[in-house]
Design a protein around this ligand. Sequence first.
Ligand SMILES: *Cc1c(COP(=O)(O)O)cnc(C)c1O
Length: 459
Amino acid sequence: MQSLKISSEELSRLTEQAIALALSYWTSVEDLPAYPTTSGEQTAKLFSRSWAEEGLGGKVLDDFKIIAEHARPSGGKFFGYVLGSGEPVGALGDLLATVLNQNVTAWRSAPAAVTIEQSVIGWLAEAVGCSAFRGTLCGGGSAANLMGLAMAREAKLPANEAGARPCTVYASEQVHMSIPKAIAMLGIGRANLRLIPVDDDLRMRTDALEAAIAADRRAGMTPIAIVATAGSVNIGAIDPLPEIAEIARREALWLHVDGAYGGLAALAVPEKFRGLERADSISLDAHKWFYQPLECGCLLYRDPQFARDAFSHTEDYVRVMAENPTESFAFFEESMELSRRFRALKLWMSLQYHGKRAFREAISRDLAHAQLLAETIQSQPELELLAPVPLSAVCFRHRSKDNASILKRVIARGRVYLSNATIHRQFALRACFVNHRTTEDDVRAIVSEVIAAADELNR
Ligand SMILES: *Cc1c(COP(=O)(O)O)cnc(C)c1O
């Protein structure tokens, strides 16, 4: 037999076994501990191995069980960071996308996939009240933020040919780390990212924003963009979008909105996201609050010409020959990526399988879970809520114990997983709800686990 080729009998056996593994994992995921018992020593012992000269054959699937045992499950009791739940229909879509092995560079290389990606981009744009926007799928919010800021720079102070010139960008103190990272990679320099103070609700102060822009202009700097956050990673704060959009318009600055965590919640609570439609570019993460398997980021933009200005640099070997506008469309002219996987198929399948209402309801339930947790915390004298809860992230602390030690114990107990944040310079326990599997009992377990962990510290 030719190298790498496998027989159809063998393929059929492998496929059945792989699907059976997926199925048994999905049926067990609710019962798994919130975090695996593992260590760096154990994973090194299990998974650092050399590559043998002879193939193992179907035995490779035997590893899946042990890999799953040392993996972080997407069950309903995991509340750390902003971690979506890997909706199974989306996962099956991802499998089939990989089987098709489309390179979604341009219509010519992936006719159906390009059209499907354009369709699902349209659904996401409509879900956040920005129907007229176009966009591209990408690996995640970090990639979307980098591309959004690259577009901003090329629109306001073109750098692609002659290189970057000094300029300034504005974002709140609560901005996600991917923004300073993008600023650094674009050669703008992190020192030129102005971190604007926030109000008591941790939203960008627009008076301080205006003052910072004015001060920079007086000093001869060139402001190019404002990054507003629609759902800060710590507490879900939404910067005052209409006021910021007005400042951006008046100052002729690009407005990029980082909605990687919060943006898609606009499907359920559009009133909280008023002003989003005035952005020039918006980052979304369907692998967070649209429950999709990783990776599923998205950059939306109002005017695709700016994406082409930033990203199109076409060599002859990829130049599209077709005349027809559908057939000459190329994502690589609107994205930093050339080879791209068929990310849209999971959205295509999962979003249509469940329908719009089911997603709206799942997001509403996450929002309700966050309110339930906030209320439960406020009814417990030993606990204190540390920040408002505008979306689905709840920051709180135990009033009299060392919260970092509580967090370690909570994680070690394995029933729920929390992460942490710093709120007004205090160490906060943080729970974030972006998981369709979470139940009210799981929410109540957060408080009982924190109290149990605190009690253990006495002993
Ligand atoms: C998660 C997140 C990002 C980064 O997204 P990735 O998909 O992890 O790259 C950016 N901004 C905010 C607000 C986020 O929550």
